[in-house]
Design a protein around this ligand. Sequence first.
Ligand code: C5P
Length: 405
Amino acid sequence: MLNDKRILLVIGGGIAAYKCMDLIRRLKERGAGVRVVMTEAAAQFVTPLLVGAISGERVFTDLFDLTAEHDIGHIRLSREADLIVVAPATADLLARMTQGHANDLATTCLLATDKPVLVAPAMNPRMWSHPATRRNVAQLRADGIAVVGPNAGAMAERDEFGEGRMAEPLEILAAIEAHFATGEAGLLKGRRILVTSGPTHEPIDPVRYIANRSSGKQGHAIAAAARAAGAEVVLVSGPAEAADPRGVRVIHVESAREMMAAVEENLPVDAAVFAAAVADWRVAGAAEQKIKKGEGGTPTLTLVENPDILAAVARHHTLRPRLVVGFAAETEQVVAHAREKRVRKGCDWIVANDVSPATGIMGGDANTVHLVTAEAVEDWPSASKAEVARHLVARIAAELSGSKP
Ligand code: C5P
């Protein structure tokens, strides 16, 4: 059931727009409230009058409709939903979403929202397989947008077959229900979560630095999952490959010392997850100017230890979060080292993973982890970093609600 869930349905201009009538009806049968925004092109396929009659609500089409701006406005329209569904998501609409256009009401709502978005693409198979569309869809996925379909089959154009048919209303409905079932919407509502992610860069001189191979994918996925679960999330990120997750406050830092300062400034929080691969050492007295080759022979770098952010927060006298989670990237004796690290750092949990090169975990999309707590070691099955993040967020939510005063 989707009782009390508020869906903002953005209907794009494709023949599959007619299937939205069935989708709206089924959403309403399951108790969801459905508000509809239509693009100008969509109104060529189905009339706002018909859509309004089925949704039982006024349909929004015009960005410059002053009455609507007065009593609701595009910002409220996009924020009052629990989920935005774009169906059919045409090639043009996907391209505009990727670029962040805001040239009509639909794209303005999509740009202004801080809510999760699900798209159901529908287009001719050649358009779907075009490199431009491939790029756009990959970018939207990386931005955290969920995609359902398209399916393969007959097209509206005669003699055209292939991938591009919009997912059927029942499939879109299943994706929506799965989002609310596993999206853990609301699990962390009212909680403040801090996540560190990515590598740190420790300057040698203004152009050179010491770093490590962290991509930031796992930490960013945790921040995104915590946000999807309704938390207020602060992500303190080193120079990571991963894109900033939507709806999360991201503080970009370079060095371990900057990361430490940003973390301290953002306490107190309910839980903190330290997924960053912080450089253990920095160069003592980094040069103010670029070090020149050949001047005084080969330079010698003297290293000094960086602050241990996780240990400092775990041992904080006044602002220790209720739950402190560290990561352990190990290449051997993964669990044994993680157990020892949990005690040494003073944190509650350690998420341990084997990052030896053969596993492909570093920079990859999958992860195999063990959750080490004071009581037990859990071996989690191999999963995508997004799934590991969701699982961890669900555990954090359970822990926080169990220890609620
Ligand atoms: O000691 P090690 O670097 O393996 O510990 C890893 C854990 O400690 C991770 O959670 C990492 O984010 C955190 N850490 C930190 N500050 C450091 C070093 C590690 O927060 N200077």
